[in-house]
Design a binder for this molecule. Structure first.
Ligand code: FES
Length: 154
């Protein structure tokens, strides 16, 4: 089982929690965590389940809902909000035909909010899976979406 293999890679130390959770989540095509997985991680690291759940709830890069192949997380913290010369969320919702929090029917895209991504000088900013894009414009968003779609065709 994949989860067992992942857990065996990590020492039973509490400071491994985020790395273990990311590893578990990122090996799944749905990029989400289940209650069973949280319980197994909790048991492996000797942490209360409530603590593991609170960490997953706190960080926007974790999800307990199945997501699409490309997870678009748009920063909504103050610097990005103030530099948002256009509404990034509304533009993406219109391009993808979904609302924030939803996944496209073809399973390609999930649109989410994010807290600060650490690139405030490039606001407005969003992350697509592990890649951060800054200085967003409507044209840049179209190019990013197109690139994601062409990656899927390859
Ligand atoms: S506020 Fe958006 S990246 Fe920091």
């Amino acid at each position: 089982m994949e989860l067992k293999r992942i857990l065996e890679k990590y020492p039973k130390r509490q400071d491994c929690l985020i790395d273990v959770l990311l590893d578990v989540q990122n090996t799944k095509s749905t990029r989400h965590l289940t209650e069973v997985e949280l319980a197994r991680v909790s048991e492996h690291l000797g942490l209360p389940e409530s603590h593991v759940f609170s960490v997953v709830s706190f960080y926007s890069f974790f999800s307990m809902t199945p997501r699409g192949k490309h997870i678009l997380q748009v920063c909504r913290d103050v610097p990005c909000y103030l530099n948002d010369t256009f509404n990034v969320h509304e533009t993406l919702e219109s391009m993808l035909g979904i609302k924030t929090g939803d996944t496209t029917e073809d399973g390609l895209f999930t649109l989410e909010y994010s807290s600060c991504l650490g690139c405030c000088d490039q606001a407005p900013v969003m992350r697509v899976n592990d890649t951060v894009y800054g200085n967003l414009t409507p044209d840049k968003l179209r190019a990013i979406i197109s690139e994601c779609r062409s990656d899927d065709d390859a």
